[in-house]
Design a protein around this ligand. Structure first.
Ligand SMILES: [Zn+2]
Length: 346
């Protein structure tokens, strides 16, 4: 056990509380210690349930951008409710023998303390992978190597940041070794709607597992017709350099593993429209301020995360067969890549 320490960010304190609450239902390790000012900040990995490495795996990650605390809080709210349920629900205990659930709720604790998107070294971890966009990226936002004084700084190509390296190591060791795996990375701050993005961010080309992603999208839309999400490749919104999920997806594909990373962008512009005061409060731009709105945001995503847990556990039942793949691929190309097979035939 690690000694309980009081940290200046509530999310790390909450993680320690949940480790205590979870007892034998939760395992934890510290993947990396981030040194920032006088602090030694732990990068926690938590695992829930009794599943063994031969089971499919889902990872929930948050706080890669220090300002976007609501992502961490959504993950912690889900974890807390799961742990409470595990204390009495035998069916859930049985279920969690069949799926590995990993939580990395606060990947950038130094950024959380600084109230910045970047980490303690001024690097945007989601621009830090050694991968360049194939197309023109939006100025600055797409990633830049000019100065740490602007956001979206990519850092050193040959020396990735410790937080990014720890995340990559975790994905290689725990997700890429599973028979099927997914990640959901929780962000906030872009757009009016809640959005789900899949790779690529660096390219407008479709990914190899487009049929599988399309099947997942259909599964969500059919199971929860009143869901709130748009679902599309990130490159349809904007392209970037250095996306960690692109980098890891490509690596997994090389090793013939099916690893599907999703990014959830909680649309914070809606919060600002409803509460213009948020504009003048730095954190508020990325985080709902009013307590009832925080509760609503936490609540609204729990169903989706639970859906994802079930989809990963039962992946055999919805992944397209080899006969279905071509059909799914055509439908997905028409939906997301403006490739209409009928038009091509003219
Ligand atoms: Zn973000």
């Amino acid at each position: 056990m690690y000694p309980k320490i009081h940290y200046p960010i509530q999310e790390l304190n909450k993680i320690q509380q949940l480790i205590e609450l979870g007892g034998s239902f939760i395992e934890h390790e510290i993947l990396e210690t981030v040194h920032f000012r006088d602090y030694q900040l732990p990068l926690y990995l938590l695992k829930v349930g009794a599943a063994t490495p031969d089971k499919p795996a889902l990872a929930l990650t948050g706080g890669i951008h220090g300002l976007e605390k609501i992502g961490s809080q959504v993950i912690l709210a889900y974890l807390e409710s799961l742990l409470k349920q595990l204390s009495w629900d035998e069916s859930l205990r049985e279920e969690l023998k069949q799926v590995q659930l990993y939580f990395l709720p606060a990947i950038n604790p130094a950024g959380m303390i600084r109230k910045t998107r970047a980490n303690g070294n001024g690097v945007d971890l989601m621009r830090n992978a050694p991968i360049d966009a194939e197309t023109r990226v939006p100025l600055l936002l797409g990633g830049q190597r000019l100065t740490t004084r602007f956001p979206w700084y990519r850092g050193n190509r040959d020396n990735m940041e410790p937080e990014a390296l720890a995340l990559c190591k975790f994905v290689r060791e725990k997700l890429m070794t599973a028979p099927f795996s997914m990640a959901l990375d929780c962000h906030s701050g872009f757009g009016f709607n809640d959005q789900l993005w899949f790779p690529f961010a660096y390219s407008k080309e479709p990914i190899h597992h487009l049929p599988e992603v399309f099947a997942l999208r259909n599964l969500l839309f059919e199971t929860y017709p009143n869901h709130v999400y748009t679902f599309e490749p990130q490159s349809r919104v904007y392209t970037t350099h250095g996306d960690l999920w692109d980098y890891l997806y490509l690596e997994a594909q090389e090793s013939q593993t099916m690893f599907l990373p999703l990014t959830m962008e909680m649309g914070s512009w809606q919060w600002i429209k409803k509460n213009p005061r948020q504009l003048v409060q730095l954190l508020g731009f990325f985080h709902p301020i009013l307590p009832h709105r925080i509760r609503r945001v936490l609540r609204r995503h729990l169903t989706f995360i639970d859906f994802l847990k079930n989809a990963v556990r039962s992946y055999h039942n919805w992944l397209p067969s080899s006969q279905q793949r071509a059909h799914y691929e055509l439908a997905a190309l028409a939906l997301w890549y403006d490739q209409n097979p009928a038009k091509d035939a003219d």
